[in-house]
Structure formats: C-alpha cells, structure tokens
Ligand binder design. Structure first.
Ligand SMILES: Cc1cc2nc3c(=O)[nH]c(=O)nc-3n(C[C@H](O)[C@H](O)[C@H](O)COP(=O)(O)O)c2cc1C
Length: 684
C-alpha cells in the first residue's frame, strides 16, 4: 500500500519502473476510469471475480446470497460476476447453484439483480459445469465429460457425452442466458478454464474424441464456439459475453501458454467475446494455481496475462490472481498489462475494497491473507467464511458501524492474539473502556510466530489491522504483563475477556525424562528460536513429529530445512496436511519437496530413542517396524493443544463476568478466533 517506495516488478526479463509521480497525484486514476465491455459501461475497472459461496440453498437465492453481493456493490465494484448457476438440467442435484434451467427462480434472481444493479454495479452470471472434476473426497456418481477418461484428482470416471447430449447442453445454456437477461443480468461469463467441462473439451489431455468435437483445435473448441453462438442467439446486445479462458493449466499435454494463445486467437476471431480473463490450473496437481497462496509472489500471472492479451484482438482483458491491494491492481493497469482487474479473495475479506481505495482510506482495508480458508470452506460444502472478515455475508456488511453503547463499561482483555485484539477493538469502538494485557512484548500472540515463518508474513495483516483499529478507538495496550487474578480484579472490570490461547501438549507416550532434560521442544518454541537466526545449514538431522496437520507446521518444517542438513517429518497419519483443503495440501507438498524434507508416514518417534546419543527410532504405527535415524540434533513436535484457561476459575470465583474466546475456550483455528473475538467484543 505504500505509494512512496519505488515499485519494481519483474516482467519476463525486463523490469518496469512505475511512474511514482503519477501514482501519487491520483493513486487510483486507472482503476477509477470507466470501461465499456460489449457496449455496457462499467463505472470503474474493478470487477468481482466469480466466487462460489455456498450461500445458495436448494437451488434458491437466500438472503445471505443477496446480502453478500449487495455489500460488494455498495463497496464500489463496477461489476460482479456471480458464481455459476445451474443452467443444465443435469445440474439438478447441485443444491448450491441457483436453478436457471427453468423459470422457477426468476423472481428471486430479479431480487438479486435489483440489490446489485441499484448501486450502479453490473451483475454478470457465470456458466460452468465441472464435468468429471471433483475437489472433495470420494468420486462423483454421475457426470459427463468429452471422453471417458478419469479425473486426475479424484479418479471419477465420467460418461462421454453423446453428440445429442452436447447439442442439448448448448441449447440449454443458450436458453439459460436468455433467462438471465430477462431477469436483468448485464451479461455472463463462460468458465472455460480451471479444468471444468469446457476446459475438458479444449484440452487434448482430456478430450480424446474422434468426432467433430475433438481432434485438432477447431474440433476441441467447437463446444465453446457453439455455446457462444447459442448465447448470442438467445440474448440481445448489449449483453456482456465474457470468457474465463485457460492461461496455463499446468498439465503436461494440456493447455499450456501456446495453446492458450491459439484458443484466445480463435475466440477473438469470432468478434463475439466482449472480455477475457485468463485463469490457471486444472483438476490436477496444478489445482493450487487457481488461487495462488501467500507462499508465492503477488500477481503471479500478470506477465502471462500481458502476453495473452496480445492475442485477443484488442478485446478488454482482465488481470486476475492474487491482486491483494489496490496499489498493486493500479500498477498492473498502468503497466498496460491488462485493461481491468478481476478480484476474488481480496473482495471477500473487505467488501469496501474499492471505496476505501478511492476515498484515500486504503490503510483501513482488512487484507486478504491468501490462506485459502474461504475455498476450504466451500469445498467442504460449508458456507464461505474468512479468517480476516468476521462479518462476511451479514446484512449490513458494507455499511456496518459499531453501535454506540448507552453505558460505558470497563473491559479487560487478557491476551493480544487475534481473538483478544478483535474483541478489544470491537468493544472500544462501541464506546467501552478497554485495556489489553499482553504477556508478550508485542501483539499478535502465536500468530506473530507464524508470521515470522517463510512465506507467512501476510498473516500479520490480521493483527496489524486489529491493533491499528484498537489504537484509533482508544484501547490501552499493556505489554509484558503476567496477568494474575488479583491484579485483574484490582482493575475492577465489568467484563474480562480471556483470550489467552493454547499450549502444545507433550506427545502421548514420550518419556517424561526427555521433557525434564529439555531434550525436545514444541515446534512453537523451536520456531521462535530459529526464525530470527541466520539460516546456516548445520550438519545433522532435525526430526519433527507432526500430529497437527495444519499449514503452520509445514511452514516451520520449511524453515527448519534452512537450518539443518536433513529434516525428517514423521506423522502417524496416512497423509499430510489433513486439516487443510486440497489446494493447501498441494502447496505444502510442493514446498516440502522443494527443500527436500523427508516425509515418513504412519510413523512416530518411539520412546526407546536415545536422544543423548542423537539416535531416534521411528516406529510404524501399524506394522511396528522400526527405522533408526542417527545424528539427530533436534527433536520437535506439533500436535494437540490444551487451552490456557487457568484464570477462568479464580476470576469467576471472584464474581467477575468472564468470557473465554478463541483457543482459550478450545483450541481451534484463526477463523474461529477472529469470529469469537468479534462476537465477544459486541456482546460485552
Ligand atoms: C472460495 C472461492 C470460490 C471460487 N469459486 C469460483 C467459481 O465458482 N468460478 C470461478 O470461475 N472461479 C472461482 N474461484 C476462483 C476465482 O474466481 C479467482 O479466479 C481466483 O480466486 C483468483 O483470484 P484472487 O486471487 O483475486 O482470489 C473461486 C475462488 C475462491 C477463493
């Protein structure tokens, strides 16, 4: 967000220096400019990318679905591409997609249109079917694809579509487009990437047809070209027809950048595509490229987008992919790499992303962490949620201001992690008198430890926002305070919020003598020790026993690999990162492989290990087979945590009103910590 520092971006071999003077005159001059797509004017160049929310129920529009989109329209977006609707009659079993293969939802969709378009924000639908693709455990029972070839992730075997079925699908899509326009939509986007059905047709990897819909590029594109024709036949212009095309699907033998350029060229030649976006990844090991995470660079696909933009015959092209802050988005446009931006996750985290930027309030943004919790939620079938936005999908999300309290109360918050800090600023913003007592010398709690690990610095934006907001609202912060029941009581609080977090438990079955001798430490202590140290690879082995399976543990393993010649990660489970969604698992596997961490599944450190001699025995939890590691310099563990709630009983006994939040209530995750902190701050 800092517009004062030189912004240097690598773009292929060349480095482009952005004109800082121009930036500081009107930081968002390009983002602010109107743009016309297919004859439809957008008031600025920020478009909400399509996001499946799981707010739809039983194929019906819900209040939360409307609220979510209204908030982003109020927040300043020029257009919103909503999630895919059910446009094909075979999608009848997909309850999270609004039904559009008949007229039954026309009224409720008109309600959505009104809620969004009333804010001079264009509502755009999306057409998508995932074909053989599946992101969850298990396999699909019924699905269709160009060829009877298994999904690369789930192994789902589809039925190959007959020509008659393809033609019916094309017809149904055209009719659904007509329905959308009659409901008041300003356009639609065809999802032709991400490994979904249209992409399955485009890719020689998944399309082995020998009829008119397979073979050379023209054949593989036929399905998409016929869809374009059908939509144009059933709608009247102006009606934005956009394509989310593959940029690089990351599948050998699939759609790489050259094939993507050929597809873009052919699409542009139709003259019917009003806007392009290029997306990455497929239903494959490259799935993680859909949503680039915090461990990689920001805007990682910008150079590829700039290249592909050269093939679309001047059609407006969106930059897409980890555009987190507005300066970055503006910079992409100024470099001429794209004509407008599509923003996904950053708009989930802050509905007012656009308004805050345009009103000079970008320092007030709650920033997307690129952790992909949102995606994990929806892929598990749960309504979308965000680690850094506890108000996501509430009726007044964009306009909410904390209610002023009629009676100012004294609140003491113990703990300066994300739960405590959230409770503190929310309580103070209502007018309460709030003091935060932190044992640590600073704020952030255990999350600050995570932020110091490789690639994790973005998580600091969670607590940076909370503290900045707290300071503005008058919260007093006291650091280095070991809070005791009597010292807290002496502050005469009306309410105490205990947000004291959790501690790792000593692994079951490990000898107490090891603990007494300090022979093994928990991964947090080890992280604190090493993350500030110069990474010099020392000889010897570091062994990490992983009973935790969250992303934080693997970030620490990557850090250890910078300090030890060899890192062995042992887990009693059959896989890694079991607490994380598949895209995070892929990212974890890739990063561990890159630094050479050895993974030993179904194994745990056996108590007969001789730590003094640097000898660790790994025992297979099923076969009991043993393997001995020599030269072990470090043994660490991550696993079960217990709440630090010791103050709860004495404070309650003293008659105080005590609220436990976050991990101090029960160890869970960041999502729960911010949500509970927010609720506690409102309820004091
Ligand atoms: C929770 C979630 C749901 C998504 N659902 C869809 C979808 O239904 N259709 C689609 O084309 N893209 C979907 N995407 C991908 C986004 O549109 C976008 O391409 C991707 O998140 C990269 O943009 P970002 O870095 O700005 O988030 C989804 C992404 C997320 C995080």
């Amino acid at each position: 967000m800092n517009v004062c520092e030189p912004l240097l971006y690598a773009k292929g071999e060349a480095v482009t220096v952005v004109d800082l003077q121009a930036l500081s005159d009107d930081a968002f001059a390009r983002l602010r400019e109107p743009i016309t797509l297919g004859g439809v004017r957008l008031k600025n160049r920020v478009v909400h990318a399509s996001i499946t929310t799981f707010y739809v129920q039983d194929q019906r529009v819900t209040d939360r679905f409307v609220d979510y989109h209204r908030a982003r329209a109020q927040g300043g977006c020029a257009a919103i591409i909503i999630e895919p609707t059910a446009v094909l009659s075979w999608q009848v079993d997909e309850p999270h997609k609004v039904r559009l293969f008949d007229d039954s939802q026309a009224d409720s969709l008109a309600r959505l249109v009104e809620a969004v378009e009333a804010h001079d924000c264009r509502l755009i639908g999306q057409i998508q079917d995932s074909g053989r693709g599946r992101h969850r455990r298990g396999r699909k029972r019924y699905c269709y694809a160009p060829s009877a070839l298994p999904d690369d992730l789930s192994g789902t075997m589809p039925r190959a579509l007959t020509v008659a079925q393809i033609q019916k699908a094309v017809e149904e899509i055209g009719q659904a487009a007509g329905r959308m326009q009659r409901c008041g939509f300003s356009g639609l986007e065809i999802s032709a990437g991400h490994g979904h059905l249209v992409h399955q047709f485009l890719s020689p990897w998944s399309n082995h047809r020998e009829d008119a819909y397979g073979g050379a590029l023209e054949g593989r594109m036929r399905f998409l070209l016929e869809i374009l024709d059908a939509i144009r036949a059933e709608t009247r212009k102006p009606f934005i027809l956009a394509v989310k095309a593959p940029g690089d699907d990351g599948v050998p033998g699939g759609v790489g950048p050259d094939e993507a350029a050929a597809i873009a060229t052919r699409l542009a030649a139709t003259g019917e595509v009003d806007a392009f976006a290029f997306c990455q990844g497929s239903h494959h090991r490259s799935l993680e490229h859909h949503m680039p995470d915090m461990y990689g660079p920001r805007a990682p696909y910008d150079a590829l987008t700039a290249k592909l933009r050269g093939y679309v015959n001047g059609a407006p092209t969106a930059a897409l992919g980890r555009l987190v802050d507005p300066v970055q988005a503006e910079t992409v446009l100024r470099r001429g790499d794209a004509d407008f931006v599509q923003i996904g996750r950053a708009l989930i985290t802050d509905a007012n992303w656009v308004n805050k930027a345009f009103e000079g309030r970008e320092h007030e943004l709650r920033a997307c962490v690129s952790c992909n919790t949102c995606w994990g939620q929806v892929v598990s079938g749960a309504p979308m949620a965000c680690d850094n936005n506890p108000r996501l999908g509430t009726p007044d999300e964009a306009t909410w201001t904390p209610p002023a309290t009629p009676s100012r109360r004294r609140i003491v918050v113990v703990g300066a992690g994300p739960a405590g800090l959230e409770a503190a600023w929310v309580a103070a913003s209502q007018g309460h008198d709030v003091t935060v007592l932190s044992r640590g010398a600073s704020y952030g709690g255990k999350l600050a430890l995570l932020a110091a690990l490789p690639g994790c610095d973005q998580v600091s934006s969670v607590y940076d926002y909370q503290v900045a907001r707290g300071l503005r609202e008058g919260v007093r912060f006291e650091y280095g305070v070991e809070a005791q029941a009597d010292t807290i009581a002496a502050l005469a609080p009306d309410t105490v919020v205990l947000a004291t977090g959790a501690e790792m438990e000593w692994p079951a079955g490990w000898p107490d003598a090891w603990r007494e001798a300090g022979a093994a430490s928990d991964l947090r202590e080890v992280s604190a020790l090493f993350s500030g140290a110069t990474p010099v690879r020392r000889p010897g082995v570091a062994v990490l026993q992983d009973n935790d399976h969250t992303a934080a543990t693997y970030a620490a393993a990557v850090m250890l690999a910078a300090h030890f010649e060899h890192v062995v990660l042992a887990t009693p489970k059959a896989g890694l990162a079991g607490e994380e969604p598949i895209v995070v698992q892929q990212s974890v596997q890739r990063r561990l492989a890159a630094v050479g961490v050895e993974i030993v599944l179904l194994s745990e450190v056996a108590p007969e290990s001789d730590l003094e001699e640097g000898e660790i025995v790994l025992r297979n939890v099923y076969s009991d087979a043993r393997r001995t590691l020599q030269g072990v310099e470090l043994l660490t563990y991550a696993g079960t945590r217990r709440p630090v709630d010791d103050l709860y009983a004495p404070l309650s006994a003293a008659g105080l009103d005590v609220r436990l939040v976050g991990d101090a209530y029960a160890p869970r995750d960041l999502l729960t910590a911010t949500a509970e902190g927010h609720a506690a701050g409102l309820a004091v």
